[in-house]
Design a protein around this ligand. Sequence first.
Ligand SMILES: [Zn+2]
Length: 154
Amino acid sequence: MKKISFDDLIADLSIIESEQDLNSIRGGDTIYINGGYIVNSGGNATFYSNNGTSFTLPGATVYSSQNWGDNHYQLSGGIYLDPNGGADVSTLIHEYGHYLQQQQMGTGSYIAAGLGSAYSVYTNPGEHASQPFEVQATNYGYQYIAQHYPGFVY
Ligand SMILES: [Zn+2]
């Protein structure tokens, strides 16, 4: 039986993953966004604001993704934020809303709706945030916070 070290495995994975993502997979990384930071643990992501408040997003893992310009996105619980693209707590909550949408819609419908929404970024960037799919994501995210962390200060 061949013994493979964790670092060797990580080295192999590095072919397909960015260094930032690998740090998240290792669990040793903290994702910094405007106003605070995020720690991934046990399949949940916890946000700690600079003013000492926090909340946990069950089922989410946050990655620092600098390969996608200023586009943030969510797929199957993976939330990809670009700290250089102005990501803040509202971005995180919005992307978590996309996770809740996927849970509700199913993955196929979610991807179809998400592609349509992403397309609008390029065809009509000024109107992107007002797309029904985007408005619903924001609502779902803030509803989760209001329900589980009433009175949370951002
Ligand atoms: Zn969105």
